[in-house]
Design a protein around this ligand. Structure first.
Ligand SMILES: [Zn+2]
Ligand SMILES: [Zn+2]
Length: 348
């Protein structure tokens, strides 16, 4: 099978590897589509990856073979990669917060080989069935959508509250699409890329701003209550400057939800946080029922998947270029890799 192997920062190599055989509890899935995630960009471009490994976790495909102990799956089942199994026993798991499982490993780089490959070996417990009527191509949005839904859950939005989404890459765009579809009418998007600002406009953002259009004010301004202050910022870019600017957009009691993983650490004014009782909270992976809700939302057709997905799928050979274009904001939508297809098939 063809596999895109990470060799070092910015360097992928497509090579042939034997199709793995499923062991106990494992399912072999033929990858139909695999989305390129922001975390894949950190792995591939910024060097979070371990040389020799294969990234890619946003996949949809078909079950081809199974090891023992993999009920209820059967060959031919259509599936997406779901959440890693959690311990189910710790305090946080028992509270219904699997994203905070005290037994899970801490790093996104810590995983077995992923789905930028013809086939991927999966833990049977980590798969979810694709609902009838949903194509595998659109089902590949389930994982990033579950991430966006978790960010919205963490924001604890009340009806009528004003929201800003920082970063209109795939996660920000999905969060915006969900907010629009669920009737939040005051969503401002802040995004440096014109391509992504255009997408945010088409997705129904109330207002779309470049970062330099944000209101500027003194660093220490704890009593600020501006007409443009918002209740919630969902920060999806992971950029230091965006995170710092995001905190400054909050009115009293505002919440900053960090969804985008970052490489550079932001600096905060503690007095602004303290005197305005701001909350800064992390959002890691998914709600307990995140994939079920994501798949149901995708199957319902209320989200404009044609806008959220890039029209042109890419082959494994083109993944490196696509990753760079995504990291630099030249591509707005979610890029899907089709590992089993050649460039001629994709172009036609
Ligand atoms: Zn992802
Ligand atoms: Zn646990």
């Amino acid at each position: 099978m063809p596999v895109a192997v990470y060799r070092g920062p910015g360097h992928l190599e497509v090579e042939e590897r034997p199709v793995p055989r499923p062991g106990p509890g494992q399912v072999l899935v033929e990858v139909d589509h695999c989305g390129v995630c922001g975390s894949d960009l950190h792995l591939i471009i910024e060097g979070w990856g371990k040389p020799g490994t294969v990234a890619g976790h946003e996949f949809a495909g078909t079950v081809r073979s199974l090891g023992p102990g993999t009920a209820p799956w059967a060959p031919g089942d259509l599936v997406v990669g779901g959440p890693s199994p959690r311990c189910g026993k710790c305090r946080r798991c028992r509270q219904g917060k699997p994203s905070q499982c005290e037994q899970r490993s801490g790093s996104v780089a810590d995983h077995s080989d992923g789905a930028f490959a013809g086939f991927v070996l999966c833990d049977a417990r980590a798969l979810r069935a694709v609902p009838p009527g949903l194509t595998l191509r659109v089902a590949a949005l389930a994982e990033p959508l579950a991430v966006a839904l978790h960010g919205i859950t963490r924001a604890r939005l009340e009806p009528g509250e004003k929201v800003m989404v920082f970063g209109a890459g795939p996660i920000g765009a999905l969060a915006l699409a969900v907010l629009v579809a669920t009737g939040h009418h005051a969503v401002t998007v802040v995004e440096p890329s014109t391509t992504r600002r255009e997408l945010a406009r088409r997705l129904g953002a109330t207002e779309v701003l470049a970062p330099d259009a944000l209101e500027r004010f003194e660093r220490w301004e704890p009593e600020r209550l501006s007409a443009t202050a918002v209740d919630v910022v969902i920060e999806c870019s992971g950029k230091k400057a965006a995170t710092e600017a995001a905190l400054h957009q909050l009115g009293r009691g505002g919440r900053l939800v960090l969804v985008g993983a970052g490489m550079e650490e932001p600096t905060f004014d503690i007095n602004r946080v303290l005197l305005n009782e701001l909350e800064i909270c992390g959002s890691f992976v998914y709600d307990a029922d995140g994939f079920e809700r994501a798949l149901a939302l995708l199957a319902s057709g209320v989200l404009p998947s044609d806008m959220l997905l890039e029209a042109q799928d890419v082959t494994l050979d083109a993944l490196g270029t696509a990753a760079r274009d995504l990291a630099e904001g030249r591509i707005a939508g979610k890029v899907l890799v089709v590992p089993c297809r050649s460039s001629e098939e994709v172009v036609s």
